[in-house]
Design a protein around this ligand. Structure first.
Ligand code: C5P
Length: 227
């Protein structure tokens, strides 16, 4: 494994609500890494489809994705689509419902993956999503797969939504994430799965601190060994 002082790539995959974004942001802060929220990029492309009333599998959308400019600011907290801040739009219920259909289109994935690999080449990074350990960074120095029971994941999402004053039931949130998981796990291209060499962490009964501590300990443990 590489020393954290040299360029290091940490990849995390897992289903919705498994805790990967919160954990990855925290590890990024702790270790001073670039943070890549890959789901935000698929969400931004979904905003593009909704704004232009394009079907997920339309050739026009693929052309627009090839031509569009997606960039992050504020170490991943802000996402810009063609220079416009879409950080709020990417989290709407309409995007939640549509994003997995857009993300299953191979040509769209191809464009987004290229972009992610370019970002990854810039320096040490922690990246999270559905195919970071398997497709985007198959040679990552550290790979983790986070999971949790669907009810626990739905409870976490519900708490986030309630904090934003969204009126929704636990059952509705659970149905939405189950439907999205099913699409992400069964699609033909780059389905969500745990890489053979990923460390699997069940976060159901763990706090964010416990998962962050576990991941940082794994990385520190391997510091000094050469890959
Ligand atoms: O991580 P997040 O829930 O924001 O991801 C939204 C959706 O984007 C996922 O449900 C999935 O359909 C898609 N996605 C993907 N590959 C990734 C990250 C996200 O297909 N690496």
């Amino acid at each position: 494994m590489k020393k954290i002082g040299s360029q290091v790539t940490i990849a995390i995959d897992g289903p919705a609500g498994s805790g990967k974004s919160t954990v990855a942001r925290r590890v990024a802060e702790t270790l001073g890494l670039l943070y890549l929220d890959s789901g935000a990029m698929y969400r931004a492309v979904t905003v593009l489809a909704i704004q232009n009333e394009l079907a997920a599998d339309s050739p026009e959308l693929i052309e627009q994705v090839k031509a569009c400019h997606i960039e992050f600011a504020d170490n991943g907290k802000t996402i810009l689509l063609n220079t416009k801040n879409v950080s709020v739009q990417i989290r709407t219920p309409a995007v939640n419902r549509f994003v997995a259909d857009v993300a299953k289109i191979p040509e769209i994935r191809h464009e987004i993956v290229k972009h992610q690999q370019r970002i990854g080449a810039e320096g040490s990074i922690i990246a999270e999503g559905r195919d970071l350990t398997t497709i985007v960074f198959p040679d990552a120095d550290f790979k983790f797969y986070l999971d949790a029971s669907v009810t626990e994941r739905a409870k976490r999402r519900l708490a986030e939504l309630q904090a934003q004053n969204v009126d929704i039931t636990l059952a509705a949130v659970e149905a939405e994430i189950s439907a999205r998981d099913e699409k992400d796990k069964t699609r033909a291209h780059s389905p969500l799965r745990a890489a053979d060499d990923a460390i699997i962490i069940d976060t159901t009964d763990k706090t964010i601190d416990e998962v962050v501590d576990f991941i940082t300990a794994q990385i520190s443990k391997d510091e000094g060994c050469s890959k």
